[in-house]
Design a protein around this ligand. Structure first.
Ligand code: UD1
Length: 376
């Protein structure tokens, strides 16, 4: 019996690991699947666990208000050490590039436990952007045992860094597995805060911003100014902005955008099912999120990336995403063009999805099963 322990901290990790955990649970005779939540995020993580019916075996419950990166790192390292001392897995799975991933993988490394990195090999080649995520994923990729890359580009990045090819597997991104699962459910938006959105008569822009480096650099302010300018010029547009629970982001968003404009909807973080429905009903997606950059092309929605760099150039190459940066003038120009130029919009809304086919979780679990069968 192979013991696979998945460690999750934030909402996107839960969304992207849910299909893997569900797949691991299908083989109880071969695999013991356990789940640790660090709860670097609390409410936003629990919401996703509920949707996918995942019951954690261990909950470090580390979140505190305005936690620093060091707080999170120390609490996860110590917490994982205690868990490993009483329930040692054969392999630990971490996903992505958060502080939970760095500290969870480091704890496993100290205990000589094998590490599988889901969504390995993403790079911007700029350690300051995204910060601290580029450092987190590079460090984990320097000592993992299994590298599950969403696309061939991740594999190429890892090979350049000297990772042996036999440890690298191109699996697709598990976010597409989760997205397809949710998008195929018959589900109506239930959230009261979306009831006032005029889906029938207006063009809906979905906006999300939460990146630390955008907040620290002042980019977030410029993003919100661009939104105001767009709303002024395009009276047929409504903006729906599910605001991240990070208190810094919330304060700024409400200061800059909460001006009683009935065409601006600042709402609490949405249930993943509501978010997917909302994405389907939107005409353009403006985001600094990684997961949404991957999901929106599958739904045929043009993505305007509100960042200076991206580790996901595949969407740009496919023509469904544009790297707008965080300058007001650039964001305004791109969105204005998408709203005014039908040919431009039509080209970008062609649904192509370079990120996966919905079978990534199956591939990851198959690789783990076969690797441990070979060992025993
Ligand atoms: C974290 C990750 C980022 C990921 C993002 C997804 C790091 C360094 N950053 O950023 O990579 O893209 O999550 O959302 O790991 N909070 C709540 N309730 C919640 C969640 C957060 O109140 O449910 C508050 C916390 O008190 C915390 C703040 O939001 O003080 C920021 O959370 P944190 O996990 O430190 O960073 P994020 O900006 O969310």
């Amino acid at each position: 019996m192979t013991h696979v322990m998945s460690i999750l901290g934030t909402r996107p990790e839960a969304i992207k690991m849910a299909p893997v955990i569900k797949e691991l649970e299908k083989y109880p005779a071969k695999i013991r699947s356990t789940v640790v939540v660090t709860a670097q995020h609390r409410e936003m993580l629990d919401q996703v666990l509920g949707i996918f019916d995942i019951k954690p075996d261990y909950d470090l419950n580390i979140m505190s208000s305005n936690q620093t990166l060091a707080d999170v790192t120390i609490k996860v390292l110590k917490g994982m050490e205690e868990i490993f001392s009483k329930d040692r897995p054969d392999v630990v799975l971490v996903q992505g590039d958060t502080t939970t991933v760095l500290a969870g993988a480091l704890a496993a490394f100290y205990h000589k436990i094998k590490i599988g990195h889901v969504e390995a090999g993403l790079r911007t080649n700029n350690l300051q952007n995204p910060w601290p995520e580029e450092m987190n994923r590079r460090v984990v990729d320097s000592f993992a045992d299994f590298y599950f890359c969403p696309t061939i580009l991740g594999k190429q990045n890892l090979i350049k860094e000297g990772i042996p090819e036999k440890k690298i597997f191109v699996t697709g991104n598990t976010v597409i597995d989760a997205l397809l699962w949710v998008a195929n459910q018959s589900y109506e938006i239930t959230n009261d805060s979306l009831k006032t959105v005029d889906f029938s008569n207006k063009k809906i822009i979905l906006l999300t911003t939460h990146r630390r480096e955008n907040y620290l650099s002042g980019g977030m302010k410029e993003i919100y100014e661009a939104i105001k300018e767009i709303l002024k010029k395009h009276q047929d547009v409504e903006v729906v902005f599910p605001v991240h629970l990070n208190p810094n982001v919330r304060k700024l968003a409400h200061e800059k955008l909460d001006n009683n404009n009935p065409r601006v909807h600042l709402v609490d973080p949405l249930d993943y099912r509501d978010l997917v429905k909302l994405m389907k009903s939107s005409c353009i997606v403006l985001t600094d999120s990684g997961g949404i950059q991957e999901e929106a092309p599958s739904l045929g929605k043009p993505v305007v990336i509100l960042r200076e760099t991206t580790e996901r150039p595949e969407g740009i190459e496919a023509g469904t995403a544009i790297l707008a940066g965080t300058r007001q003038v650039n964001i305004f120009e791109i969105v204005d063009k998408l709203l005014s130029d039908k040919v431009f919009y039509g080209k970008m809304s062609n649904a192509v999805n370079p990120y996966g086919d919905g079978k990534s979780a199956w591939r990851i679990v198959d690789i783990i099963k076969r690797s441990f069968e070979e060992l025993t």
